[in-house]
Design a binder for this molecule. Structure first.
Ligand code: ZN
Ligand code: ZN
Ligand code: ZN
Length: 115
């Protein structure tokens, strides 16, 4: 199973009431370890990651969310569900994308980690 690219950074802020979502492509995936088996507990994201255009977005890739996200049994056992908002905050496959995203979402700087 492919792991997240090591450059990907999770938000880790205090989750709010918003439920994390997954797109068609990531359906059934644990946002922490990419496991597709044993979903255990529903994912909550922080208010900022569910704000405006981010609302209902896939926590893994930022695509259009179609289903609720769950942490797998292993991550739940390890307490990863309490580590904070699991939304990937530095999305983008190329540096150009990252630069563009950063400009576009400059107002969300607090959620973006410098690479
Ligand atoms: Zn997991
Ligand atoms: Zn967040
Ligand atoms: Zn996705």
């Amino acid at each position: 199973m492919a792991k997240h690219h090591p450059d990907l950074v999770m938000c880790r802020k205090q989750p709010g009431v918003a439920i994390g979502r997954l797109c068609e492509k990531c359906d059934g995936k644990c946002p922490i370890c990419d496991s597709f088996v044993n979903p255990a507990t529903i994912v909550h994201v922080c208010d900022e990651c569910n704000y405006g255009s981010f609302e209902g977005r896939c926590v893994v890739c930022g695509g259009v969310g179609v289903t609720d996200a769950y942490y797998c049994k292993e991550c739940f056992k390890l307490g990863k569900d309490r580590d904070g908002c699991p939304k990937i905050v530095n999305l983008g496959s190329t540096k150009t994308d990252l630069f563009y995203e950063r400009k576009k979402y400059g107002f969300k700087k607090r959620c973006v980690v410098e690479i």
